[in-house]
Design a binder for this molecule. Structure first.
Ligand code: 8VR
Length: 468
């Protein structure tokens, strides 16, 4: 089987992870520009000041992506290039950069998929309370509107937020991401809710502008499964699916939070505010949400924590590490002996991917889906100067096979974006963890080089998946 004609083969990146030029052409500071400079926050103190210098080399990078045959490039806009300071003034040079980037993609027929928020919040908003502060919702709306107006004639695919669960959990529970707050459930849930309201408002705004494109949000797809046969583990998985999946998917696709979660939060006296008006907004936006973007890396194998719970929620340093204790100390993910894991302890499970997609269809019906991220973080082997990233080829091949199967099984999946187009800065893991089809030589002036996977993906795209 070949993939359908209108299925998009893409790859993704995020502004902070690739652009660099953190203070050029009028850009203001983001929370990550500040946070990454605090000692001990990132691996070896790496920052996005230069990253892989995509800001200056985007022409070269897009040219390589075109050579690979890429049909779509998912990238994010850096909010502080557009609104550098807390004065509401738009920075034209910021708009110019993305105009050039978009035009460059289009000149090769590469469809731009634009993420408005991939974690880099203006520092001035962070200082006012970040996502816990209602003013951030208005600021986001204004920012989104300026982007729609500046780029919307050419950009027809918009993603409002990337992985709400990650930046809120790491920002307010484990403290690994800015603002670095630990174990604050009130803030965690308030931030999630404010993001959901921002999403709903942005969707309605986009539709009101009548730009005739599509808009959606990207969530983590990480279905939880009981790690063993015990009843308690089944309970843990159900609880995890409520709090880590339904709590994020329901407000977007059903317009309300799962009652199961609200009851528990009330019982535990976790106080956060949802006004009537906001609740109404969530409902109103549901039919206008055009698609769900899914980032799939791994499922979760969970067990219930019995007795005294391990309260050190920051135990797993990365966003996905096995061993992670849930936000409420009720369950934890475990490593299973008979499973495959990456060097960073992320489980490799194409089967989990397929059941995650099937569960979504069962719970939410026939929604349009894009895989907005999927890929393998590895230290790529270099053999006689060639980057032989064979494990990455294998990983993507297995997951693309699932995509094929899902489509054949009636799941409405319209595109696949590998993470990542090019090697980039990992938020917490520096440059050690590579994901790209294009290698960046940090010893040698950030020179680009095609990996084995580059040629492989090129063939996959050219044959529309028949080469799989
Ligand atoms: C996603 C994020 C993306 C990447 C990929 C891979 C990290 C990384 C944690 O959660 O959207 O930005 O982030 O996962 O892993 O290493 O930078």
């Amino acid at each position: 089987m070949r993939f359908p004609k209108d299925f998009l083969f893409g790859a993704a990146s995020a502004a902070y992870q690739v652009e660099g030029a953190f203070d050029e052409d009028g850009k203001g500071l983001s929370n990550w520009d500040v946070f990454s400079k605090i000692e001990g926050k990132t691996l070896n103190g790496t920052t996005g000041d230069v990253a892989v210098d995509h800001y200056h080399r985007f022409k070269e990078d897009i040219k390589l992506m075109a050579e690979m045959g890429l049909e779509s490039y998912r990238f994010s806009v850096s909010w502080t290039r557009i609104f550098p300071h807390n004065d509401g003034k738009v920075n034209q040079k910021g708009l110019d950069f993305y105009n050039q980037l978009i035009d460059e993609c289009l000149s090769y027929g590469i469809v731009p998929f634009v993420t408005l928020y991939h974690w880099d919040l203006p520092q001035y908003l962070e200082e006012q309370g970040g996502w816990c502060h209602k003013g951030t919702i208005d600021a986001f709306l204004r920012y989104a509107e300026v982007c729609f107006q500046a780029f919307g004639d050419r950009v027809k695919h918009w993603i409002t937020f990337n992985e709400t669960i990650v930046f809120t959990r790491l920002g307010y529970m484990t403290g690994a991401h800015p603002p670095g707050i630990r174990q604050c459930q009130e803030k965690f849930f308030q931030a999630i809710h404010n993001v959901m309201v921002s999403h709903a408002k942005t969707v309605l705004l986009y539709k009101a502008l009548k730009q005739y494109g599509e808009i959606g949000i990207t969530h983590v797809l990480a279905p939880a499964f009981p790690a063993d046969e015990r009843e308690s583990s089944k309970k843990a998985a159900a609880h995890a699916n409520y709090f880590e999946t339904a709590f994020f998917y329901d407000p977007v696709l059903k317009g309300e939070y799962p009652q199961y979660c609200l009851d528990i939060l009330k019982e535990r006296k976790v106080m956060f505010e949802i006004t009537e008006e906001e609740q109404e907004l969530l409902r109103k936006a549901v039919p206008f949400n055009d698609f769900m973007g899914l980032n799939y890396y791994q499922p979760k194998r969970v067990i219930l924590i019995e007795g005294e719970s391990d309260t050190d929620l920051s135990r797993a340093a990365s966003t996905g590490g096995v061993g992670q204790v849930s936000f409420d100390g009720v369950y934890q993910t475990v490593k299973l002996d008979d499973r495959r894991y990456t060097k960073w302890g992320w489980e490799v499970s194409p089967e989990g991917f397929l059941s995650g997609l099937q569960q979504l269809k069962e719970n939410y019906g026939d929604i349009k889906l894009y895989i907005t991220e999927n890929g393998l973080g590895d230290v790529d082997p270099v053999i006689e100067g060639e980057i032989m990233d064979i494990p990455r080829i294998k990983y993507i091949e297995e997951h693309l096979a699932v995509v094929k199967k899902a489509i054949a099984g009636g799941i409405h999946l319209k595109g696949y974006f590998a993470w990542s187009a090019i090697d980039l800065l990992s938020w917490l893991n520096g440059y050690e963890k590579q994901y790209g089809f294009i290698y960046v030589d940090h010893e040698n002036n950030l020179e680009r080089k095609k990996k084995a996977s580059f040629y492989w993906y090129q063939q996959v795209i050219a044959s529309r998946g028949e080469a799989l």
